[in-house]
Design a protein around this ligand. Structure first.
Ligand code: RP5
Length: 155
């Protein structure tokens, strides 16, 4: 993520990965404030054993696109909800990548972070039968929580 201030959002991705038993490394890598760290991370991510990168950033959110420029690994971008433009700036900064440098772009905010975690797990599950089973169980449990009829709101 681009900043400590992104962590309340990105922790939603971490929570899903914890639940699905996927190991990860959460780091602060700012495209603007720590460009050398960004370059070092992106260039060496595959060699260092990473298989998927979830990159969350807000505002002028260049982090996901720059990581995607530096690695062939799949990069999932999470537009963090910004204070001034509610994350529309983050979304547009991430989603409009030029052809040839794909950055998967999730929804703005918590939903996007949660879905990035699930999507990262589903990519990894392609080569991991045990993870596939955990992912299927996660999805089934989610389905099982949806009632057919609404209950009355508490007064
Ligand atoms: C981006 O700027 C970060 O990803 C964050 O969402 C936003 C604001 O950062 P802070 O000023 O809160 O550190 O680089």
């Amino acid at each position: 993520m681009g900043s400590q201030s992104d962590w309340p959002t990105m922790t939603k991705a971490a929570a899903v990965l914890d639940e699905l038993g996927v190991s990860y490394d959460a780091r602060i890598v700012s495209a603007h404030r720590t460009p050398d760290r960004l370059h070092e991370f992106g260039k060496n991510a595959a060699e260092n054993g990473f298989q998927v990168v979830i990159a969350g950033a807000g505002g002028a959110a260049h982090l996901p696109g720059m990581i995607a420029a530096l690695t062939h690994l799949p990069v999932l971008g999470v537009p963090v909800q910004s204070r001034t433009l509610s994350g529309l700036d983050s979304l547009l900064s991430i989603v409009q990548m030029p052809a040839g440098v794909p950055t998967g772009t999730l929804a703005i905010g918590d939903a996007g972070a949660t879905n990035a975690g699930i999507m990262a797990a589903s990519i990894l599950a392609l080569n991991d039968a045990a993870l596939t089973e955990r992912l299927k169980a996660y999805r089934a449990a989610q389905t099982g929580k949806v009632a057919e009829k609404p209950s009355d709101p508490e007064s």
